[in-house]
Design a protein around this ligand. Structure first.
Ligand SMILES: [Zn+2]
Length: 328
């Protein structure tokens, strides 16, 4: 007999996955927990019932559909899709006697905050965005075909600042010129800014010229696997207090960029980057494309493209704010 925990009322994400809630009511009153290999899981059927999805099973694939939303899992895979936005799970979906099982860590730290941002518990209202332009000074970051990451990041940060201020937000820049800051200094600025969220802006590089696409990082929650940054299994490093908000913010930004700019989607990922680790407020790190790739470097080098990135992140912040402040 699986262990049982209680459930509460349900709201969903909109079709475009832009983080506005709409409320349904749950039929399931509880979660049945399966324990396998020392880890807790919930079943595909339980998830479908809880969120009132229609569930279709086809060999390894599970499709959860709702008028405004489709979520897809594949047994054995660590990638799930919600309306074509790719999320990287901490643990693969596993098969148990024809049931597809999702870890409770991924349910609590990823799927639920993505589907129901209004349910996030500890949320504080925010009116300020700490904008962190990656690198700076002697640390040029990635060296692209046409320029340095530090310069593109700062320019994008300046554009984001303007866009957010036009929407009535306050902004704090960790750097506003070509200076070097340690990661600790960036964390300190974030932590002493009240009523804020933190957005770190970067561009990517790969050894070959083929790497491309955008990715958005939220801190890997405690006990989960990180895809980059630090020991992947170092569960002694706690997530921060903001795991649910982090993934909801990452979802908002990532989904807006995918929706508005149609880049290659490398997915939403979890990491223990130092800059995300010490921060006591919702925080993400956005990688806006590979400046080592001929196609993307041309795009990133174009100020009009950087403006689109800034505008898209700004729209995401507006939607994130309205989604998380609409409480039950
Ligand atoms: Zn960087």
């Amino acid at each position: 007999m699986p262990r049982v925990i209680s459930a509460s009322a349900v709201s969903f994400l909109t079709g475009a996955l832009l983080l506005a809630n709409f409320v349904g009511s749950s039929e399931a009153k509880e979660w049945e927990i399966y324990r396998l290999g020392g880890r807790d899981y919930v079943s595909d059927e339980n998830v479908a019932k809880f969120y009132r999805f229609h569930l279709t099973k086809e060999e390894k694939e599970r499709r959860f559909t709702h008028p405004a939303l489709v979520m897809t899992w594949t047994i054995g895979s660590q990638a799930i899709y919600v309306n074509d936005t790719k999320f990287n799970l901490s643990f693969p979906v596993i098969d148990s006697g024809g049931r597809a099982l999702l870890s409770t860590v991924d349910l609590a730290k990823l799927v639920d905050p993505v589907l129901r941002p209004s349910q996030i518990k500890k949320f504080i209202t925010f009116n300020t965005i700490v904008i962190d332009a990656g690198h700076g000074g002697h640390d040029s970051g990635a060296k692209g075909i046409q320029g340095y990451e530090k310069d593109y990041a700062l320019d994008t940060a300046n554009r984001l600042k303007k866009a957010l201020e036009a929407k009535g937000f306050k902004t704090v820049m960790t750097r506003s010129n070509d200076t070097f800051l340690t990661l600790g200094q960036r964390v300190d600025i974030a932590n002493r800014t009240r009523n804020a969220i933190f957005v770190s802006l970067h561009y990517n590089a790969s050894g070959s010229r083929t790497g491309q696409g955008i990715e958005t990082y939220a801190l890997a929650p405690r006990g989960t696997r990180s895809t980059n940054g630090g020991n992947p299994w170092n569960s002694l490093l706690s997530g921060n207090e903001r795991d649910a908000e982090n993934i909801a913010l990452a979802t908002a930004v990532h989904a807006h960029i995918i929706d508005e700019l149609r880049p290659i989607d490398r997915g939403i990922k979890r990491a223990r980057f130092n800059v995300l680790r010490g921060i006591n407020k919702p925080a993400i790190l956005f990688e806006g494309g590979f400046i080592t790739n001929p196609t993307e470097s041309k795009l990133v080098h174009d100020p009009a493209h950087r403006q689109k990135i800034a505008d898209s992140i700004c729209n995401a912040v507006v939607n994130f704010k309205s989604a998380v402040s609409r409480r039950r």
